[in-house]
Design a protein around this ligand. Structure first.
Ligand code: ZN
Length: 167
């Protein structure tokens, strides 16, 4: 789809856009499960790529990249105890876990990992810079000033009506 991007940064709207930033977005629809001939369960879904580019300034690009790295770290640190806890718990149920370790240890590991993960995500993750509707036809942006500038160039591609010029 064709759209025009404002020449300002989509994050701060203060500096000119210097680099392209990809907003990764996918739409999964018609999720379904079916049995294959071999008796295996197969999950199917229509995946539509709704990714699009915006322009950001160099400073914001750096910031956004850091956000991404921190997010990966948070996921890694939070998921590890969850995963190990789940493994241990499953082993304990089957009776193959090391004797003498109470179930509770595994449950605490799982819960701790989960809490860390959720708290970390809440602290670190801001809303995406922009979002595209499921039909791909409308855009919304985190920075409303940017959205207004975008609306000026592409009046039909935003959800909100902007009758006033961008403030
Ligand atoms: Zn910026």
């Amino acid at each position: 789809m064709e759209y025009q991007l404002p020449k300002i940064c989509a994050n701060c709207t203060e500096k000119p856009a210097e680099v392209r930033w990809l907003i990764d977005q996918e739409d999964h629809s018609n999720l379904g499960a079916g049995l294959t001939l071999t008796g295996r369960v197969k999950l199917t879904s229509d995946v539509r790529d709704l990714s699009f580019y915006v322009g950001v300034c160099k400073d914001c690009e750096k910031e956004l990249k850091q956000e991404g790295v921190i997010l990966w770290a948070v996921r890694g640190i939070g998921c590890t105890p969850m995963f190990l806890g789940a493994l241990g718990f499953a082993a304990a149920i089957k009776g193959t876990a090391p004797a003498g370790v109470p179930y509770l240890v595994y449950v605490v590991a799982m819960a701790g990992g989960l809490i860390f993960l959720l708290a970390g995500m809440l602290l670190v993750v801001k809303k995406d810079l922009g979002k595209r509707s499921r039909d791909g036809k409308k855009f919304t942006f985190r920075n409303k000033k940017y959205e207004a500038a975008f609306a000026k160039l592409n009046p039909n591609l935003v959800k909100r009506k902007y009758s006033e010029p961008a403030a």
